[in-house]
Design a protein around this ligand. Structure first.
Ligand code: FES
Length: 106
């Protein structure tokens, strides 16, 4: 099963097992990772699942769709590597993904 590492804004790491087919947001919520709320349930309308993918991962993941880009425009502390984790699906290729969490989410 793929593993994903979430790093809180204070540096606390959470290495979790990520079942295939779930979203990265759902994996974080299921593992009670602080900083990922997922208020909208993953329908790309809240941005409470905002995270920064590690730079080496940014180009490997599927590109952002228009709705994700629009939601990120209204999010806090956005960086070039910002993603909405509800829009990233777990598959074998995401094994080892590292997601840092914004200071605005804790
Ligand atoms: Fe709401 Fe991702 S969970 S935008």
């Amino acid at each position: 099963m793929p593993q994903i590492t979430f790093i809180e804004h204070n540096g606390t790491k959470h290495v979790v097992e990520a079942p295939i087919g779930k979203s990265v947001m759902q994996v974080a919520v299921d593992n009670m990772v602080p900083g990922i709320v997922g208020d909208c349930g993953g329908c790309c309308s809240c941005a409470t699942c905002h995270g920064y993918v590690a730079p080496e991962w940014a180009a490997k993941l599927p590109a952002k769709q228009e709705d994700e880009e629009m939601m990120l425009e209204g999010a806090l502390n956005v960086r070039p590597t910002s993603r909405l984790t509800c829009q990233i699906n777990v598959n074998p290729d995401v094994d080892g993904l590292v997601v840092e969490l914004p200071v605005s989410q804790f």
